[in-house]
Design a protein around this ligand. Structure first.
Ligand code: GDP
Ligand code: MN
Length: 304
């Protein structure tokens, strides 16, 4: 037996710049996935960041639905990686199956969003994101793009655009297209309410809570009076406008890999009364990394 030579990586040589394409920086796109949408895959394929610099990582639950999604995902991966054109192929693809329970993944949008289901659901999501991140983040990864499996539309330059701001953490504004029955026309509405700036009211609510309780956003029963990025979209506004955030969502979120390496993860427990992606923003801030959001830069969530 001849042991392989020791591979040395110097993390100082891994650049993280606002022009990652020019510097050939490696991007890790991470997606927790309970359902496979062809629209997600098609949108991924149209991203113009060089695919040879992109590694894809997925984690899927071991439920009936998760099995179906895994099969569909594997089919799409095979088609692109084996039979697709050279420019479509990604550097590598990693698919993980969840080794913990996911009782709640087969819920529809209304059921998922019920307040009573939130804590258990967000705990599972946080664990899924952590497993995915800790097993796929490599020594040459410069950036991590968190992209939900139901983001079906984004600008093709999503990675370059988000990175160009040079922020530690930067979130796009996630909207959803729908048919407006009154206007009898297609319209759109804000979807991700987890991108917010904190308020004194929310702080006061948290102060009255037990250490294991969590604050939630977007529920009438729990008015937080936080400033929601989803509500800050301006049709004529500067697409490059940015705002500092205290909570973030995970739908389309670019993170410098060093933020995760530093220890910022997705708390699957109440951390300052915050959980999952919102807890991540809090933890990153405690580590002196500042999250931002781009209110006028939109991506679109699938409409069930
Ligand atoms: P919502 O849009 O806030 O209602 O959240 P989703 O249910 O869409 O979940 C966010 C992301 O996690 C999506 O990419 C889902 O496909 C994925 N997801 C949801 N539940 C699970 C789960 O139990 N396990 C894993 N691995 N992914 C999940
Ligand atoms: Mn979703």
């Amino acid at each position: 037996f001849k042991p392989p030579p020791v591979v040395r990586y110097n993390l100082n040589n891994v650049t993280v710049t606002s022009n990652p394409m020019e510097n050939e920086e490696h991007i890790l796109i991470l997606t927790p996935m309970s359902r496979f949408y062809q629209g997600y895959w098609d949108n991924l394929l149209q991203l113009t960041y060089p695919h040879e610099l992109i590694t894809l990582g997925f984690i899927l639950p071991k439920t009936k639905e998760g099995n179906a999604a895994t099969a569909a995902l594997q089919k799409a991966v095979h088609k692109t990686q084996k039979h697709g054109s050279e420019k479509d192929r990604f550097k590598s693809v990693i698919i993980l199956r969840q080794d913990f329970e996911s009782v709640l993944s087969s819920q529809d949008e209304a059921e998922r969003h019920k307040m009573s289901n939130q804590k258990a659901r967000r705990e599972v999501m946080a664990k899924a994101r952590n497993s995915l991140m800790f097993t796929t983040l490599g020594p040459s990864t410069s950036w991590v793009l968190w992209l939900d499996a139901d983001v079906v539309e984004s600008p093709p330059t999503l990675i370059q655009d988000l990175a160009s701001h040079g922020k530690d953490i930067v979130a796009a504004n996630c909207f959803q297209r729908y048919y407006d029955t009154e206007k009898k026309a297609m319209s759109e509405r804000p979807y991700d309410f987890n991108n917010w700036q904190d308020s004194e009211e929310a702080q006061a609510l948290g102060a009255k809570m037990g250490p294991d309780d969590i604050l939630l956003e977007g529920y009438g029963e729990m008015p937080t009076w936080r400033t929601l990025m989803a509500k800050k979209f301006e049709p004529m506004g500067d697409i490059r406008a940015s705002m500092p955030l205290d909570g973030v969502g995970g739908t389309a979120l670019l993170v410098k890999a060093e933020v995760h390496r530093d220890g910022a993860m997705f708390p699957p427990f109440a951390f300052y009364n915050l959980i999952e992606t919102e807890g991540f923003a809090k933890m990153a801030k405690r580590l002196h990394w500042q999250p931002y959001g781009l209110p006028n830069y939109k991506v679109y969530h699938y409409n069930e």
